[in-house]
Write a protein that binds this ligand. Structure first.
Ligand SMILES: *[C@@H]1O[C@H](CO)[C@@H](O)[C@H](O)[C@H]1NC(C)=O
Ligand SMILES: *[C@@H]1O[C@H](CO)[C@@H](O)[C@H](O)[C@H]1NC(C)=O
Ligand SMILES: *[C@@H]1O[C@H](CO)[C@@H](O)[C@H](O)[C@H]1NC(C)=O
Ligand SMILES: *[C@@H]1O[C@H](CO)[C@@H](O)[C@H](O)[C@H]1NC(C)=O
Ligand SMILES: *[C@@H]1O[C@H](CO)[C@@H](O)[C@H](O)[C@H]1NC(C)=O
Length: 182
């Protein structure tokens, strides 16, 4: 996809120029909304955020895939808040089963890198049974891309057999450490 190429090129540029990218003072979840569109294939038991300190918010999710799926795709979009949420750079749709064989999505590699240690969603297809994310919090040192200060929405929409099954939408705040980058 062309959009992907552009993003890869941008990432390459940013990495080459060594911009101070890890100096976030705040990087935390602000909202988490999930919804199943097909209760006979995916159910959420719970999903919530819990603030444990001013700048650390834990994300927990517990859902179940009721029948094995070997055909899973994901639509990943990032929005940035500016009089409502506006599309921001990332809008990709890809085969999630293939992703686990090839790891060929640079943007998603970053997202996955942030949460892989907190989840059992870290294997190849098929997927079935409990899908758990436990006490996941954001670590700015793992965010290897520069991001302007702002409020963001990461919308993940999950498809089985090319039909939408559920959404996991996460909002977060990112505040650059302006003192450090000078
Ligand atoms: C998730 O975000 C997308 C994009 O804004 C939106 O279309 C969808 O309705 C949201 N899902 C939920 C459950 O809020
Ligand atoms: C809903 O899930 C069932 C499996 O339990 C599947 O057979 C059906 O195609 C799904 N429907 C849609 C619209 O995704
Ligand atoms: C997830 O929810 C199910 C159903 O309520 C429950 O049996 C299970 O223990 C929960 N798992 C975790 C890790 O909380
Ligand atoms: C997935 O996570 C489990 C538990 O944290 C870990 O033991 C396993 O090695 C991980 N697998 C992969 C492919 O990362
Ligand atoms: C996934 O399911 C869709 C709809 O049934 C089908 O068109 C597509 O070929 C399947 N993809 C794979 C890799 O099996």
């Amino acid at each position: 996809m062309r959009c992907q190429l552009i993003i890869s090129a941008l990432l390459g540029l940013f990495l080459t120029f060594h911009i101070n990218i890890n100096d976030a003072v705040v990087f935390k979840f602000t909202n988490f909304v999930c919804e199943s569109y097909n209760q006979s294939w995916f159910v959420f038991h719970n999903y919530r955020l819990k603030a444990v300190s001013r700048n650390k918010v834990l994300l927990n999710m517990n859902g179940t895939i009721l029948h094995p799926t070997n055909n899973m795709s994901i639509h990943v979009r990032i929005f940035k808040k500016a009089n409502g949420y506006k599309p921001w750079l990332v809008d990709i749709y890809f085969d999630f089963c293939q992703y686990f064989r090839k790891r060929n999505q640079p943007v998603f590699n970053i997202i996955y890198g942030l949460f892989k240690g907190f989840s059992n969603i870290n294997h190849s297809c098929p997927y079935v049974g409990p899908q758990i994310v436990e006490d996941f919090y954001l670590r700015p040192e793992l965010l290897r891309i520069p991001m302007p200060t702002g409020d963001y929405l990461l919308a993940l929409q999950w498809y089985f057999d090319k039909k939408i099954q559920f959404d996991t939408n996460v909002s977060f705040t990112f505040v650059e450490d302006l003192m450090k980058s000078k």
